[in-house]
Design a protein around this ligand. Sequence first.
Ligand code: NDP
Ligand code: MG
Length: 382
Amino acid sequence: MKKINLVIFGATGSIGQSTLAIVKKNPKLFNIEGVTCNSNIKKLIKIAKEFNIKKVGFNSQKIKNKSEKISSRLKAYDNIKQFQEIITPKTDFIIFAISGLEGMNLLLQIVCLGKKIGIANKECIISLGKNLFNLANKYNTEIIPLDSEHNAIYHLSKYNNYTFNSVTITATGGPFRSLKLSKFKDITIKDALKHPVWKMGKKISIDSATMMNKALELIEATSFFDLSPEKVNAIIHPQAIVHAMINYNNGSTTALLSQPSMQIPIASLFFEFETYSKVNKVLDLKKIKNLEFYDIDNKRFPAIKLGYEVMNEGGLFPNTFNYINELLVNKFLNGSIKFTDIISLNRINLDKTFNKNSNIANPNINDINNINCWIDKNLFIG
Ligand code: NDP
Ligand code: MG
């Protein structure tokens, strides 16, 4: 059997680890050509050894001088600008699991290679919008969503060709779903990083706590499936068993259910539903018993309402909302702002940005970079 040649960008992170877990269960099926990280070179080298990988990439300038630590057996790429060179004509699949917007240029390069890309990173999808999908079409590149909700929509629509009316994605509600509103002002970094269901990287964990993650995912769904804002909605579902639903005009809804494990959507990239049985968690609804669904409380989680406003404005707004969020999450993680500031300052900075800059209906990549540069210089944090 021909091996699947794979490159994993962001191999040391949570999605990278889930991908490697699938490879480990099917060692004869995969050949990993290369793996990358930002700065966790120790972990990267361990991965390279374990999976017999020849090419490693890292990005952080802080560790540039440590490249001599990398054995001569390995070819090292010491800047994200070189990561594209890890891909070969033989590469079948690329996992794009670098967090945040730093990987945007890399994604723009690899989307022109006509490969299959399993994309976990939602930030780049939101900021690039149509620019990304137009390039993918032009170069015959297939982009498959790994984010569990979007992966569920992708499969629900793949296995059922009916035209649908709308999609619903679910949210666990994060660590503060039932926290008293008056306590939100005291939330610490440690509290916010503790997700009740998923074990994820820091950026997405904070986004889940503010529910910005769900606002971003609603935008991601409009981009991925070419839907208008009124066709996407989100509800709270603490058990994280139902990932997404597709709603039809005749009142029927189809839903995709599974245990909350990122290995399931990632494995669906390589294996058809009927051929893969090495899942770690099989769904047993008798054990779960209750599946609950609630409305999202806009007072606790103002990100969702702001997300709809942003979607309705369109143009440069989704990128701006997303970019400001990334800067503010970093500010929260370094202790410069409070948890509740993340969304309130986003609204303030959105207003400020579009008071000084015009929105552009169909922004190109230069327009996106220009506005992000403006935000870098003018971010207001009080
Ligand atoms: P992690 O923080 O766990 O991992 C991020 C990975 O990207 C690491 O390998 C990290 O390297 C690397 N990386 C980070 N910054 C840079 C940079 N500037 N240059 C090069 N490499 C970099 O994140 P997750 O795996 O949780 O998430 C990855 C993406 O997938 C995010 O966009 C997230 O929104 C999305 N996603 C994640 C889900 C999850 O369950 N984790 C679910 C759905 C979507 P290093 O280890 O050296 O820092
Ligand atoms: Mg998700």
